[in-house]
Design a protein around this ligand. Structure first.
Ligand SMILES: NC(=O)c1ccc[n+]([C@@H]2O[C@H](COP(=O)([O-])OP(=O)(O)OC[C@H]3O[C@@H](n4cnc5c(N)ncnc54)[C@H](O)[C@@H]3O)[C@@H](O)[C@H]2O)c1
Ligand SMILES: [Zn+2]
Ligand SMILES: [Zn+2]
Length: 398
């Protein structure tokens, strides 16, 4: 079978690899119909995460069951399914409590496993034609319809991007009437904005970035785009909030102090750009911006990835896996901080049902569908964030 293989910094090839097959009675074998590229794959592409030459990458898979092991009870040949990025067993101490991204049995000695992800187990990646799914009963989410139908791109977003965007709003406890600022207009930031606005009742959602196509997409989804090339995004949002407030008329005495936002979301992580010079990275850029912007008693959600061992750290602090965080501001304001990997299985059933009911359309952010064999070029353009590449879906059947 063909698969996307990491061959060194900024180099992936599509190569023939050993066919996937059942390895345990609890496995399923899927023939994939769509597999997407994630911003996390770009950390891998750039050689930041301890990659191994020859590893198959990718972790977003939608397909049809070809074969199941003798112990699989809930799915069978011909079922259309999506599987979460984070591989879970369904029965360990963390899985039973809903923390599927911290499964204790699928990556022994650690908490959490994933497909094609350095440090998260020995599982091959999902940018391939066939995928072996461990603990199939726990991981396969059954779906209606046929490959290539109107839901194909919505359903592949259920593997990672949609639950991760939703998880970001959960960590930020976004609720009715809240104002929200999302930093980063990649797939995760855009679907966090989408979830905040359309599923959780936020009043205003700002999305900060500097890439025009991504800001346009944020606007199309109903958010207020904020281009940091036009000035400090915190000042821009405060100014906008003050205009909105004046328009609405003051409601409570002293409310001027609450001129920021209730919820802040970092959908970028350790590769955040330095606003003063976007050709450079500044991993603590966003935490400083959000600490200034979030209101007293607000909530901060960090969904962008931070690495324990960045292979190319920008400074001594980052080399140690540390970050300079404005702790005093967060404390003074009493801000609640939530962070970490997305427990995708916790959300994917309800998000699927919203899609089927016509209440959610995460495929709105998909910008390209390309044959799997075009992955090297797709990675290059997506890594440069050019040509309108926001969310790429690869077709393994072409
Ligand atoms: N927690 C999880 O389970 C989980 C799941 C999926 C992805 N992720 C992580 O989420 C992050 C985003 O993923 P993505 O697919 O959207 O990636 P992406 O790289 O496509 O998007 C990141 C965006 O941030 C923008 N950006 C960079 N610096 C900025 C700054 N200082 N201010 C504002 N915008 C800035 C970039 O221009 C880009 O558009 C990645 O770190 C990824 O690894 C986490
Ligand atoms: Zn991902
Ligand atoms: Zn488990």
């Amino acid at each position: 079978m063909q698969a996307v293989v990491w061959r060194g910094d900024r180099t992936v090839d599509v190569e023939k690899v050993e066919d996937a097959r059942l390895e345990a009675p609890t496995d399923a074998l899927l023939r994939l119909t769509s597999t997407a590229i994630c911003g996390t794959d770009l950390h891998i592409y750039e050689g930041r995460m301890g990659e191994v030459n020859g590893m198959v990458i990718g972790h977003e898979a939608l397909g049809v069951v070809e074969e199941v092991g003798s112990a699989v009870v809930s799915i069978g040949k011909g079922d259309r399914v999506v599987v979460p990025t984070h591989i879970c067993c369904g029965f360990c101490y963390n899985c039973v409590r809903g923390y599927s991204a911290a499964c204790l049995t699928t990556n022994p000695g650690s908490a959490g496993a994933a497909y094609g992800y350095p440090g998260m187990g020995t599982y091959r990646g999902a940018q391939t034609e066939w995928l072996r799914v461990p603990f199939a009963d726990a991981n396969c989410l059954r779906l209606p319809g046929e490959p290539g139908d109107q839901w194909e791109h919505d359903f592949v977003m259920l593997a990672d991007a949609f639950p991760s965007g939703y998880h970001a709003t959960e960590l930020a406890q976004v609720s009715k009437g809240d104002s929200v600022a999302v930093f980063g207009a990649g797939a995760i930031g855009l679907l966090a904005a989408y979830s905040a606005l359309h599923l959780r009742g936020a009043t205003e959602v700002y999305v900060v970035d500097y890439i025009p196509e991504r800001l346009d997409m944020a606007g199309k989804l109903g958010a207020v785009p904020v281009d940091f090339r036009g000035g400090d995004p915190v000042e821009q949002i405060l100014e906008h909030r003050s205009r909105v407030r004046k328009h609405a008329g003051a409601t409570w005495r002293g409310e001027e102090v609450m001129g920021g936002v209730d919820c802040g979301i970092d959908a970028i992580g350790f590769q955040a750009r330095d606003r003063a010079d976007p050709s450079r990275e500044k991993p603590d850029q966003v935490i400083h911006d959000l600490a200034r912007l979030i209101n007293p008693n607000g909530r901060l959600s960090i969904t962008g990835v931070f690495l324990p061992n960045d292979a190319k750290p920008v400074g001594e602090l980052e080399r140690r896996g540390d970050l300079a965080v404005p702790w005093q501001t967060l404390f003074r304001k009493g801000i609640t901080v939530g962070m970490g990997r997305d427990h995708d299985k916790r959300y994917n059933t309800q998000l699927r049902d919203l899609i089927i009911a016509g209440r959610a359309k995460p495929s709105e952010i998909v910008t390209q569908r390309l044959p799997l064999r075009e992955a090297p070029d797709a990675f290059r353009r997506f890594d440069q964030r050019t040509d309108g590449y926001i969310k790429v879906v690869l077709d393994p059947r072409e």
